[in-house]
Design a binder for this molecule. Structure first.
Ligand code: AMP
Length: 522
């Protein structure tokens, strides 16, 4: 028997239409590529996006066609998203930290027909196009899209099913070639409804939301859908993500909620150390993409009154997997224990299923193991591939090693990052959390270095804060009593600047390539 409810496809155009209808005057502001501020309302953005849709249709773009974007989080990029998705085409966000050869490989794999690009990135886009003749045209976000908006009447949106693909995002490809994840309207729509909930990102119409996480990193973790969905003010930071710029934007645009990877928050905290000042009216930040050091969480909470929501996710999960939020149970715990729980990666929302499987059949229920996920917003198969990305029951192997403790997920490592010493696992993330406590440390990473006796041993790589110095002994002291003796790193490497990967996380692959043999050489 069928249900008798209205057939109302969950398509993403409805999000901006909703904002236009119910929050028409709410502000959407963005730092433009020349550094100036652009200001529009949701009603203006929706009208402009529909006109841009008409230009895409006039070009011959139709449902399912891939249109690539290469840009920072800006107003023209935001409008282009909805223009593309509103007509059933697929918005393929390219990662601007990749070089032209990598981008061209991805654009070819995706079959991109158009490339919309930030003015500052035009030379890269032209280089990509030269390598990828299937791209019919490069259009500049701003000057190019403004001209198209001016030349067209608004198009009609919708009229397609919720299982129509809406967005395409490639994983960073740390193992093998990058793989495309093709989100549907339905998966992103439901993901939007999930992340605005109070125990997740907790976003409402009174918020001013700053997604620092790029739109090309798993749809800015969904925030560029969530803000219009609830009528929040949206602040798009453009290309300047340094501490001083982020600090200014928070104050000037009254930002109450923001999201970014830990390296961005570290930049902001370093800036505040030198420049002084507070973070009001910021009240909550989501930190994820890599583990948030407990010391960062404490500094934001205790010094600046900012609540940290530690989140775990991945491109393949749209991306939200878990968030650590207070609960009645955590409130009843002694403060230090409650804090420890909230430093974990937290719990999944309804619609995300997780399980941990240990390779050791004798291991207890809280032993670390391989983490699997499934849900309505989990990848089923990668773009262009026939083979499923999951097992027969729909479980997707995340590649992370985790423990579920009292219902809270603790990621202990990426399986490639775990240090296997004498057959036992040492959590690189556990060691990093401790090293990050040292006041002289700006960034740190623990990698597996080759060792004749034990196979691998942990090596600590640190970048000290500007103007700071400290001895190896003082760095190693922090591990005393905090971890078993055999976990303590066997060596320390100091670097001037940590290598960062395409999404702003510390690039451990580069560190391994450089320092894997360090313990043998020394
Ligand atoms: P990406 O698809 O680029 O967002 O990368 C996803 C991977 O980032 C995950 O599989 C984890 O290894 C890592 N990651 C994301 N969030 C966290 C977190 N809060 N703690 C530890 N690792 C994380």
């Amino acid at each position: 028997m069928n249900g008798s409810m209205l057939d109302w496809p969950l398509t993403l155009d409805r999000i901006l239409v909703h904002a236009e209808r119910w929050h028409p005057d709410q502000a959407v502001v963005g730092v433009a590529s020349d550094g100036g501020m652009q200001r529009r309302t949701y009603a203006e953005c929706a009208d402009r996006a529909r006109r841009l849709s008409a230009a895409l249709l006039a070009h011959g773009i139709g449902p399912g066609d891939r249109v690539a974007t290469l840009g920072w989080n800006t107003l023209p990029h935001f409008e282009a998203w909805y223009a593309i998705m509103g007509i059933g085409a697929v918005c393929h966000t390219l990662n601007l930290r990749m070089d032209a050869t990598q981008l061209a490989w991805i654009a070819r794999d995706a079959g991109d027909r158009l490339l919309l690009v930030d003015p500052a990135l035009l030379p890269v886009a032209e280089a990509v196009r030269a390598l990828c003749p299937a791209i019919e045209e490069v259009i500049v976000l701003g000057a190019g899209t403004d001209a198209l908006v001016a030349a067209h009447e608004p198009a009609r949106w919708g009229g397609f099913g919720e299982d129509q693909p809406a967005g395409l995002c490639y994983t960073s490809g740390t193992t093998g070639d990058p793989k495309g994840v093709l989100y549907t309207h339905r998966s992103n729509f439901l993901h939007t409804l999930a992340i605005v909930q109070p125990d997740l990102f907790g976003i409402g119409a009174a918020d001013s939301v700053l997604p620092i996480v790029p739109m090309f990193h798993a749809n800015a973790w969904g925030i560029t859908f969530a803000a219009p969905a609830v009528g929040a003010k949206l602040v798009l930071p453009g290309a300047r993500l340094d501490g001083a710029s982020v600090h200014r934007l928070i104050a000037e645009e009254g930002v109450t909620m923001s999201a970014a990877v830990p390296t961005v928050w570290q930049g902001l905290l370093d800036h505040l150390d030198h420049a002084g000042g507070g973070l009001a009216p910021l009240r909550r930040v989501v930190i994820g993409g890599s583990a948030c050091p407990p010391s960062m969480q404490r500094r934001l909470a205790d010094h600046y009154g900012v609540e940290v929501r530690h989140a775990w996710g991945m491109t393949e999960l749209s991306p939200l997997g878990t968030v650590a939020a207070p609960s009645a149970a955590s409130a009843a715990l002694p403060p230090e224990e409650a804090r420890r729980l909230l430093q974990s990666q937290g719990r999944p929302p309804l619609g995300v299923d997780l399980r941990v499987i240990s390779d050791d059949p004798a291991a207890g229920p809280d032993a670390p193991g391989r983490l699997f996920a499934r849900g309505y917003a989990t990848v089923g198969r990668y773009f262009g591939k026939d083979a499923p990305a999951t097992d027969a029951e729909g479980w997707f192997e995340t590649g992370d090693v985790a423990v579920i403790d009292h219902g809270f997920l603790h990621i202990t490592d990426r399986d490639k990052d775990v240090v296997k010493s004498g057959g036992e696992w040492i959590s690189s993330q556990g060691l990093e959390a401790i090293a990050a406590e040292h006041p002289a440390v700006a960034h740190c990473a623990v990698i597996a270095a080759d060792c004749d006796r034990w196979g691998e041993r942990p090596l600590l790589v640190v970048q000290l804060r500007e103007g700071e110095d400290c001895s190896d002994a003082s760095l190693l002291e922090a591990f005393d009593g905090a971890v078993p003796r055999w976990w303590v790193p066997d060596g320390i490497v100091r670097v001037g600047a940590m290598p960062l990967g395409a999404t702003g996380k510390i690039d451990k692959r580069a560190l391994r390539a450089a320092y894997r043999g360090h313990l043998r050489a020394s």
